[in-house]
Design a protein around this ligand. Structure first.
Ligand SMILES: Cc1cc2nc3c(=O)[nH]c(=O)nc-3n(C[C@H](O)[C@H](O)[C@H](O)COP(=O)(O)OP(=O)(O)OC[C@H]3O[C@@H](n4cnc5c(N)ncnc54)[C@H](O)[C@@H]3O)c2cc1C
Length: 570
């Protein structure tokens, strides 16, 4: 049995977790920090971000305008105090990353370039060609290495939180390389575990995005907020779900149907292809239903046309788009249309937090895509997420560090030892000990993903949602019979898949139940049986609480500061 104690435990080595670690380390060189990640930090999903990160940097822009765009984009479900904090702190994060070595793309006059993005009224998105996630993550990772007080636990999978006297006092994690478990105690713990896109069948998210932190917090009694707000991105490659960044449209790419028509003129003539993602994704489904889509081996799709941009601009501004189209579709966008269709991309909901990432459980914080602070409300604007990870990562890292510094002594070892013993019994004797029977992890996972896609997708209605809630409960029962063929403890990917499915079943249930109970259409939540937004009854956040049965749904008022809800027109 291994037990270690730190001031601060951070779960997640993506943009949010690394930014939090650096902020905490900068605050106090004596603070000890554990950074735990189930993959090597440079493999965190932040690495896949392509298009850019938003900040007000030019005279033509203002904090009020960025806030207004974000709140309107959110369909007025964002908390406006959080948005005001966010927009005011984005620029300093961009400059900080610049000083740490992030190679932002530049204009000819040497200034950091900014491009157009959906739902933003001016060019506000800072970028590094179309590999912004790689460069941000690399910059943060190498900066974090300057601080010897940050102890990394790479390829360590957190399976549960340690709870003591009504507070969170660390985590239990399985070292994937050795197949051993450890209790990693912390005076404060931050969850920065990213999103949960793998709950769906067709997604831009990699295999590691399984909602672990959301489920960990939920199981510890912390509510998940606005989980029905799931973002579908309009331009994903059919078959793989690989994202073609919104930057392609920001640079001038257009969407066409099989008649060669720029169909967005029918849905959003004021913004066309640079409208928000919820509206563009719905328009695509409507084009498909109207029979105006192309047909391909993976079903109907629309065309993304970049040909008029020319080879030079494509190579300079969006080289990865060309590379992805060539590698995964066998076509060159300099000469051909790129086939695209909508896919799950991001979740606006997550662990309910305050402005500094604090949750309802003392000692537990959450930040990044796993959290809901909430600046994205019912629909996130592209390029606000990375900035959110940076701004709130820093704020959360500082707040958690301050919290830890105020706690005089390390948490009690006896509780950690007991938590470790229980997890070893649950995971090694329980899950790993189960013989393979008729239920398999892949079987249940695929059923869950297909039903989420079908019943809790872009368009939703009561009977399908009710069905999904019932089916998810049955899948949860069947999960108890999942057995494993691989009995090894070292790098047992079947075992981690079981643990991830366990998390995903919890998360999926909160999405389906929250969606079923929101009887209106707002942002990404589009109910065919309740097509209008209903501010009188639903200008409020959904909270999903864990019970022994179905999630218990409650609500929380939205914080309005200056921007009164109005019809969302573009
Ligand atoms: C293809 C793609 C392109 C995108 N492009 C953009 C863009 O251009 N601009 C923008 O603003 N946003 C973009 N986004 C969204 C944005 O990239 C993410 O929301 C953001 O990077 C999330 O960062 P994070 O730090 O919260 O989580 P992640 O980067 O996903 O990191 C999560 C971390 O948690 C760890 N972890 C998870 N579970 C466990 C566990 N059980 N135990 C231990 N560790 C665990 C992982 O190992 C990882 O280190 C894009 C998203 C995708 C999918």
């Amino acid at each position: 049995m291994e037990r270690t104690a730190f001031d601060l435990v951070i779960v997640g080595g993506g943009a949010a977790g690394l930014r939090a670690a650096i902020a905490a380390a900068e605050l106090d060189p004596d603070l000890t920090i554990a950074l735990v990640s189930k993959v090597y930090p440079m493999r965190s999903h932040t690495v896949s971000a392509e298009g850019g990160t938003a900040a007000v940097l030019r005279d033509y822009d203002s904090f009020d305008l960025h806030a207004q765009d974000t709140i309107k984009g959110s369909d007025f479900l964002a908390d406006q105090d959080a948005v005001e904090y966010f927009v005011a702190h984005c620029p300093q994060e961009i400059i900080r990353l610049e000083h740490w070595g992030c190679p932002w793309s530049r204009d000819e006059d040497g200034r950091v370039s900014q491009r157009a993005f959906g739902g933003m009224s001016v060019k506000r998105t800072v970028y590094a060609a179309d590999k912004v996630g790689f460069h941000i993550l690399h910059t943060l990772f190498q900066t974090s290495m300057k601080y010897e007080q940050i102890h990394r636990f790479d390829e360590s999978f957190v399976t549960s939180l340690i709870l003591d006297g009504g507070a969170c006092t660390g985590v239990v994690a399985m070292n994937l390389r050795t197949g051993t478990m450890a209790a990693i105690q912390g005076k404060a713990t931050i969850l920065a575990t990213g999103g949960c896109g793998r709950v769906y069948e067709f997604t831009t998210n990699g295999f590691i995005k399984t909602g672990d932190g959301m489920a960990l917090a939920y199981r510890a009694g912390v509510p998940l907020k606005d989980m029905e707000m799931v973002q579908f991105h309009p331009t994903c490659l059919p078959g793989t779900g690989i994202l073609i960044t919104e930057a392609a449209r920001g640079e001038g790419g257009v969407l066409v149907n099989k008649e060669g028509e720029r169909y967005m003129q029918r849905y959003l003539p004021g913004k066309m292809e640079l409208g928000p993602r919820d509206i563009l994704s719905r328009a695509m489904i409507q084009e498909i239903k109207a029979g105006r889509a192309f047909e391909g081996p993976y079903g109907p799709y629309l065309g993304l046309d970049l040909r008029h941009l020319g080879e030079k601009r494509i190579n300079e501004r969006i080289p990865m788009v060309r590379e992805l189209a060539e590698k995964y579709m066998g076509l060159d966008p300099v000469h051909e249309l790129i086939p695209v269709r909508p896919g799950q991309h991001y979740i606006m909901g997550g662990v309910s937090t305050g402005l500094k990432g604090e949750t309802a459980l003392p000692g537990l914080y959450a930040v990044g895509e796993t959290a809901c602070v909430s600046i994205n409300g019912a629909n996130r604007l592209g390029s606000n997420s990375l900035s959110e990870c940076l701004v709130f990562g820093a704020a959360c890292g500082l707040a958690a560090a301050e919290f830890a510094k105020k706690r005089p002594s390390y948490p009690r070892g006896a509780t950690a030892r007991e938590a470790l013993r229980k997890e070893e019994a649950r995971v090694f004797d329980g899950l790993l000990g189960r013989e393979r029977g008729k239920e398999t992890v892949a079987g249940i996972r695929v059923e869950m993903q297909q039903l989420m896609e079908r019943d809790v997708g872009i368009f939703r209605e009561e009977s399908a949602l009710a069905d999904a809630c019932g089916m998810l409960a049955k899948l949860r029962d069947r999960f108890a019979a999942v057995g494993l063929a691989d009995k090894d403890r070292v790098f047992n990917t079947e075992l981690t898949a079981v643990l991830e499915l366990d998390f995903m079943l919890d998360v999926a249930a909160t999405i389906a139940h929250s969606a079923r109970d929101r009887h209106e259409s707002r942002g990404a939540h589009s109910r065919t049986d309740f097509p209008q937004r209903d501010d009188a009854n639903f200008l409020k956040h959904t909270l999903a609480f864990r019970t022994d049965g179905a999630p218990r749904i409650d609500y929380l008022p939205v914080k309005i500061t200056k921007w009164q809800p109005a019809e969302r027109k573009y």
